[in-house]
Design a protein around this ligand. Structure first.
Ligand code: NDP
Length: 331
């Protein structure tokens, strides 16, 4: 195995702003803490959350900061007190390490798992963070049951395309939106029962499709632009999962008058909390990878970018033209 160098290439930000603040630069290779592993990244993922940290919609604790939430690669060093053994030379997939737009990242050993046999490194990175998001949010927040109406916003996106398939797999009746006819065709091919262009009057269409019943569960990563309309289409006692803010953060609201009339169950989950315990990570990741291996879950990939072209990937995901996951090839 090649020795670990002192410095590496990475993409970091020194301030908030547009994609142009992403700088391809040389930085020191991070050193693993006793409970961490050091990974030589082969692939990293681009997630919409990266744009929140880049723009300042979410604050960063300090600058410069390497962005990137998920990655996969070879374990090249193991801390002295890791709780979960990862052999040097094994291939792992992980999230929530130091920024993954980098040749090397450190991550808590308990936050990584081995890429299973039968799953490519590309598919592993493409499905890991977004698949765990979709699957844990269905199982722990939306609680969608077979036969119920489930509604998915931005259904051609990374999380959305996985939500549609997983909800169909559970036997739900899925209504999904996307903002172009090309995307809607893809979403229909993934199994959605009804697709609606999000530029149309989707409130009226959902009421028409469900015969006035409304959606028993709603999965919304759009946020500010859709939250109040969600309340118009939710069924009595329905579950509204606000999972992101692609259009901006939802503004403060009055709980009683907003949620009371339909006894709405509102959640705003963050995936990391559902997989904080390694046992939970292994359970949900094992289920997601089994869906991939068995062909039940198609992992759409928009494209693969070089590390130095991360800014282009950010511009693309913000353009609303992408379908599925954006990947960064590192080595
Ligand atoms: P996507 O691939 O879904 O890209 C975002 C999509 O949002 C776009 O393709 C677009 O689809 C839609 N969109 C709607 N309004 C806007 C807007 N104003 N600007 C840009 N896009 C818009 O991204 P991800 O799969 O990475 O993430 C999807 C959502 O899930 C995000 O909100 C993200 O923050 C959230 N998320 C939350 C997690 C959590 O732990 N809570 C974990 C992972 C993701 P269209 O044009 O078809 O509407």
């Amino acid at each position: 195995m090649a020795p670990v160098p002192a410095t590496m290439k990475a993409v970091s930000i020194a301030k908030n702003g547009g994609p142009e603040v992403l700088q391809y630069t040389d930085v020191p290779v991070p050193q693993p803490q006793p409970d961490e592993i050091l990974v030589r990244n082969r692939m990293a993922g681009v997630n919409f959350i990266d744009t929140y940290f880049r723009s300042g919609q979410y604050p960063s604790p300090a600058f410069p900061r390497i962005l990137g939430q998920d990655g996969a690669g070879e374990v090249v060093a193991v801390g002295s007190a890791v709780a979960v053994p990862h052999a040097v030379g094994s291939t792992v997939v992980y999230m929530n390490g130091t920024g993954t737009y980098a040749e090397y990242s450190t991550v808590k050993a308990t936050s990584a798992i081995a890429v299973p046999a039968g799953v490519t490194v590309e598919d592993a990175v493409a499905v890991y963070l977004q698949g765990l998001t979709a699957w844990t949010f269905i199982r722990r927040a939306g609680l969608t049951q077979a036969g119920e109406w489930a509604f998915v916003h931005a259904a051609a996106g990374g999380v959305g395309s996985l939500l549609v398939q997983l909800l169909k797999g559970l036997g739900a009746k899925v209504i999904a939106t996307a903002s172009s006819e090309e995307k809607l065709k893809i979403v229909k091919d993934l199994g959605a029962d009804h697709v609606i262009n999000s530029n149309d009057d989707w409130v009226a269409k959902v009421n028409e499709i469900t015969g006035g019943h409304g959606a028993d569960s709603i999965y919304d990563g759009v946020g500010k632009a859709t939250f109040h309309k969600d309340l118009e289409i939710i069924a009595v006692g329905g579950s509204l999962v606000m999972l992101g803010n692609a259009s901006g953060n939802v503004e403060p609201f009055d709980i009683r008058s907003t949620l009371g009339p339909k006894n709405v169950r509102l959640s705003r989950p963050i995936v990391f909390a559902y997989i904080k315990e390694h046992e939970a990570l292994e359970k949900y990741a094992g289920e997601v990878f089994e869906f991939v291996r068995s062909g039940k879950l198609k992992v759409l990939q928009h494209g693969t970018y070089d590390l130095k072209d991360v800014a282009k990937a950010h511009a693309d995901i913000e353009s609303r033209k992408t379908v599925g996951k954006l990947l960064i090839k590192i080595s």
